[in-house]
Design a protein around this ligand. Sequence first.
Ligand code: 1HN
Length: 347
Amino acid sequence: MTDQTVAPERQAFYDRLGPRNLAPLWERLHALVTRTPTSPASPYHWNYDDVVRPFMMESGGLITAKEAERRVLILENPGLAGQSRITNSLFAGLQMILPGEVAPAHRHTPSALRFIIEGHGAYTAVEGERTIMEPGDFVITPPWTWHDHGNESDQAMVWLDGLDVPMIKMLDVSFAEPSNADSQTISRPVGDSPARYGSNMVPVDWKPETKSSPVFSYPYVRSRDTLVTLSRNGDPDPYHGHKLRYINPATGGSPMPTIGAFMALLPGGFETAPYRSTDGTIYSVVEGTGETIVGDTVFRWKPRDIFVVPSWHTHHHRAASEAVLFSFSDRPVQDVLGLWREERLHA
Ligand code: 1HN
């Protein structure tokens, strides 16, 4: 009901409630409890090479990584202006670190993922162990883990940051702490945690101490090989293509409790059937060209582009050439609460 339809005696009553911090639910009920999700987020596509990359490079001349603490351009959903979020529950941004720079060590309760877009050989250190990053690698920094980034290579590195900041702020549990040293002291050599936890084996007496994966880097070479093998050995799922979900090897669940991450291979010429789910999803194009149709919007994508499909928006993908799409969402949160839903429509 809008203001024009409110009877004057009711409006006079509401006007007296307001100053007492009271409000009539009956005027608001249908906007609060809707028949289907009504996300304020819009579908949106960021063209990396033509739009985002030039701005990113320009920012490199204006501020250092150390000065910025994190040199990140926020991918802000146009339906959520000023709110530093790409969906209602998730933050996304593109971070650049130039040769010789350090993004100083800190830790915070929000979980972060990195998905590498360009550059070779910069590192993220998590809890005293560095991992060297390459395009297509998926790296996590679980809640309250110390992390810093550095670039000892001779070229810029850019990655996609995905964080659960909006969820953490909604729960009022956002804590952060800076370190007194820019770079963490290294306590384990590169490759230690992949060997210790990432080979389908764990040390005999090891017990998980946190809810996140002990493996914090998921290299693209391994994910890609797996997808290519699957694509040779069977037909793609009509709705997803060949799609895998990243796991915490200790539990089989998502790498971090609040964010799920996925990678799909779509054969050249393949078109997925229309689909929707309640987890608003952010996609990063790794390889190939194609388009994604969301309602009556068409996103024509190429490698390094990013796009977002909000909750419960019907969409399908068309791959012009063999394509690899990385994606992430809040699906594990919806799953654990028993709320996640999907709908598979017929083409
Ligand atoms: C953060 O700590 C990083 O550690 C990146 O690289 C992006 C966005 C919001 C809040 C904290 C990082 C972030 C962030």
